[in-house]
Structures are given as C-alpha cells and as structure tokens.
Design a protein around this ligand. Structure first.
Ligand code: ASP
Length: 459
C-alpha cells in the first residue's frame, strides 16, 4: 500500500438484507471479511437462540459462497416486523413452507427462515452456525499474516533528499523495531507488549520524533505525547506534554492499566509516572542538534513573518513535517489487536499544544471488532476528523475492509479537508495497510513467519 491521492469515494462495498438489517455479513465478492468478529457474535446469538429469544437462522451454499442470516435475541418490535414481513411474503406466494426463503429481494444466496421447528433444535442450529463460520475461507488461513505494522512518521520524504547511508539507517531502525516486537509476539506476549517493546526502540532512536530526538517546543524543551489502546478490552491510556519520561508509551500504558483515567497531562502525568516507577531523565536527554536547528529555523521565519504581532496568528510551521512520530499496531497469537503512538509533536508548538497522537480516536484506535490504527501527520486535522476512529467506524458501519476504510479516510476525507499524513492499520486477519497522502512515510511490516518489509517513499 502506498501513497494515496484524493479520489472518488469508494462507495458502499457491502450489501445485505437492507439498511434496517443488522446482520449483514456478506460482501459482493462472496468473501467474508470478519470471521473472528462474527464467531464472537455467534456465541452470543447461539445463547439467544438456545434460550428461545432468538428467532431463526438459515444457511445456504451458493456456488463458492455461503450466505446465512441469523436473527438473534431480537427486540419485540423487530420480531414483530420480521414476522409481518414473512407473512407478507407468504401471502405474495414467495414462500411455500416454514423453512423456505422469506426474503430474496434480488440478493442471491441470502435466506431467512422464520421457522418454529428450528427453534426446537438449538444444537442443530449451533452446528450450522459453526459450519457456516468455519467454511468460509479466511485470508489468515492461507497466507502469512502481518502481525506487526509500524510507522516512523509521514512528511516530505523524498529519495532525492536522502543519502544512501541515511536511508539504510532508517530502514535498519525500522527493521530492528519490527524484530523486537515480533520476538515478543513469538514468545506468546500480548499485542500490547509487542507495541510497547517496538515503540521503546523507536523512542530511543534519535532519528525519530519521539522520545530521544523529539522535536522542540517553542520554549526550547522537548515535550512528549503518547497513547495506547487495547483492542481486546477497549481500554486506552494516554499522556501529553511530559518532559522527563523516557518512554512515554509506557506511561500511556500505565495510565490505562493503573489509573481510572484515559489521559493525563504535564506535571500530573509526570507525578503519576514517578509514582509508578517509570524511568525519568533530564529533558536534555531528548535533545538533538538537528531538532534544535529546526526550531531555530522555524522561529526565525516566525519573527520575519510577524515582527509586530509576535505570537498572535502564528502560521503553522512548515517544519511540522519534520516527521518521525512513531506508531505500532500488533496482532497477537490470541487474535487480539493493540495500537500505540508516541511523538514529540510539532516543532515550535506552544501554549501547551496537544496533537492527535495522545487523543484516542484521532491518533490511535484499536478494537478487535474492526482494526487497530496509528496515525501520523498534521495533528489538528486528525483530531477534527477523528481519523483513527473514523476508519474503524467505516468498517463497522459500512462493512468496508480496514484497508478500504483507511484508503478512503486518508485519500478522500483527510485530503479533501486539506490535511496531510498517513495511517497504519491492521485487522484481526493480519491484513495491513499503510496509506498516506504525503511524499513519503517511514513504515514497515513483519509477518508471523518473520518476513520484514520496509518503505520510505511513495513507491
Ligand atoms: N501527529 C503529530 C502531531 O500533530 C505529528 C506527526 O505525526 O508528525 O503532534
């Protein structure tokens, strides 16, 4: 997946029984996209059917496609509507018996049974569910799934501006981070552990705008933002504007696991970090000459642009594109996703500016129900557009794949709003995508068997 440009909306790719039907699980290619999610729901619905609250189920093979519809413990209202529709269909002569299709409506292979006898056979129904769920091939079964995807920031990354040495160093850092996370996953560690281990390496690496090597704020300090989200539990943690925490991603995780809150900021976040024994370092530990030079350049331009007005109406610094924010999304052996993002933010930021990186739903999002996302780019746009959550929401609401949703949100939503940046996305089947609308984005993936791929430019 490479660079995406603005393009027409992809449109609704999934279809089902109609807008009112919540059980649409079939795409036009006859390929089920979300086996794990569906299997989870099947368990709940199995219970509903077994307890008699469920209404009916039907499964049918049509060519290479299995289509089935499950009516679970529905509300009384929906129950009545279904019964009425079935009656109407019967009256219209479409249905001859209790197990025949009550609703074709031009969608081949989809059957709804409104069947009393079936309710007497919950075990049979269960077998049918399981067969239907397992019989549809999943991509994870026939491929070497991606288990970890990372980014190291998006921006004006052009081959023409890059020396061979620098490119090799960045690729080596990306690969080392991927291998560190992969090693954790191979030991059976959680996706969260893998995200944290991966980002530790990138936070320690001065080439990236996170941890050591973070960009400078206007007051000459380096201030970090970070967040993490656990796709299995939906829990999240974040910190912003910290000055002394060596690994902000670990602070974010502590906030998630050891506090009742989601986002802690500045002094309070540091107090919490101390309380929980996180490694603290002087702010100068994070300083690098190149980031300092970037601040000097931006502040010089700022003075030239508005010698009179000073801070008021400051233009966005061009060097926000110093890029290097880091992020990771992992998929563990138990099928759980986690995502994390860590950054120094934007060069010359002031007034306690907080970007998207520590904002759950903007810079980071993960749920096993859809996908894990970590973003990088012009944070204000990512916050306003709730980019990371929007990707997950398109998957949930429109039935798009994570890759389709990510391409739309970056290629259309973000681009049309005038924002720049990119995302890394991973689903529970191990399908990664990494769309961006900038010249380049540092990025990489590693598969379960350990195959590493890295990319820098819009190739
Ligand atoms: N998104 C980050 C921010 O706005 C910066 C980046 O990703 O380059 O703070």
């Amino acid at each position: 997946m490479g660079r995406v440009r603005a393009k027409a909306p992809l449109g609704r790719l999934a279809f089902g029984l109609g807008d009112h039907d919540p059980f649409r699980r079939i795409d036009p290619h006859g390929r089920r996209k979300d086996g794990d999610r569906l299997r989870g729901r099947l368990a709940a619905r199995r219970e509903a059917v077994a307890s008699g609250r469920g209404l009916a189920v039907a499964g049918e093979r049509a060519g290479d496609r299995i289509a089935f519809v499950i009516l679970p413990g529905v509300t009384a209202q929906r129950h009545r509507r279904r019964a009425r529709e079935a009656r109407e269909d019967q009256q219209a002569g479409e249905v001859g018996g209790t197990t025949e299709a009550a609703e074709h409506r031009g969608r081949p292979g989809i059957f709804v049974a409104n069947v009393q006898p079936l309710l007497l056979m919950p075990r049979l129904l269960l077998l049918l569910f399981v067969f239907a769920a397992l019989a549809v091939p999943s991509r994870a079964q026939d491929a070497d799934p991606v288990v970890l995807v990372i980014h190291g920031g998006a921006g004006t990354i052009l081959k023409a501006n890059m020396t061979d040495e620098r490119e090799a160093a960045i690729r080596a850092s990306l690969e080392a981070a991927l291998r560190a996370g992969h090693a954790r996953l191979a030991e059976g560690a959680s996706a969260l552990d893998a995200v944290e281990a991966t980002l530790h390496l990138l936070e320690d690496d001065p080439q990236f705008n996170a941890g050591r090597g973070g960009v400078f704020a206007s007051d000459g300090t380096v201030r970090h933002d970070a967040s993490v989200m656990d796709g299995a539990t939906g829990m999240a943690g974040a910190s912003s504007n910290t000055l002394h925490v060596r690994h902000p991603i670990s602070l974010a995780r502590k906030v998630m696991e050891e506090s009742p809150h989601v986002l802690l900021t500045a002094e309070g976040a540091e107090e919490f970090a101390l309380l929980h024994g996180l490694e603290m370092v002087p702010n100068t530990y994070f300083h690098t000459a190149s980031r300092r030079a970037a601040l000097d350049r931006v502040q010089q331009r700022e003075r030239e642009a508005m010698p009179e007005t000073g801070a008021a109406g400051v233009p966005m610094p061009e060097d926000w594109q110093m890029r290097g924010t880091v992020g990771a999304v992992a998929l563990d052996a138990a099928g759980h996703l986690a995502a994390g993002t860590s950054t120094g933010g934007m060069t010359n930021k002031k007034w306690g500016r907080v970007g998207d990186s520590p904002i759950i739903g903007a810079g980071t999002y993960a749920t096993d129900a859809t996908c894990g996302v970590s973003a990088t780019g012009h944070g204000e746009f990512f916050i306003r557009l709730a980019i990371a959550h929007d990707i997950a929401a398109r998957v949930a609401y429109l039935g798009e794949s994570c890759a389709e949703a990510a391409e739309h949100v970056i290629g259309t939503t973000l681009t049309e709003a005038g924002g720049t940046g990119g995302v890394i996305v991973l689903d529970t089947e191990g399908t990664a995508s990494m769309p961006f609308n900038t010249e380049g984005m540092y990025r990489g993936t590693i598969t379960r068997s350990g195959v590493v791929t890295t990319g820098l430019y819009g190739e």
